[in-house]
Design a protein around this ligand. Sequence first.
Ligand SMILES: [Zn+2]
Ligand SMILES: [Zn+2]
Length: 118
Amino acid sequence: MNHWRDSMSETLFPKHMRQAGERELAIEWNDGHASVYDVRALRLRCPCAQCIDEMSGRKLLDDAAVPPDVKPVVINPVGRYAIHIEWTDGHRSGIYTYAQLRGLCACEACTRGSASAR
Ligand SMILES: [Zn+2]
Ligand SMILES: [Zn+2]
């Protein structure tokens, strides 16, 4: 899989997605990268217009208002570029593009900020 050199190109997509545990969503990307997301962290980073002010980019969502045990009810693909998540707290307008999702990866390599280095 080493020929996926320009890893941030638009060909990036999840090859495999699964509930890895009660609170974790695991995604295996087509470039070989593996991400594990804390589902509540994903909820708190919801990019929809109710959670983020589109004009200013300011976060509108109150983290404290999100139940500690929130998790996805349904995860649906949106076209070939995003997923739509419905949550147990009733929130259902969140659409995460693959690029956004990948940007939220909390693994060591990504948080070190070296993701673009190769
Ligand atoms: Zn939202
Ligand atoms: Zn990562």
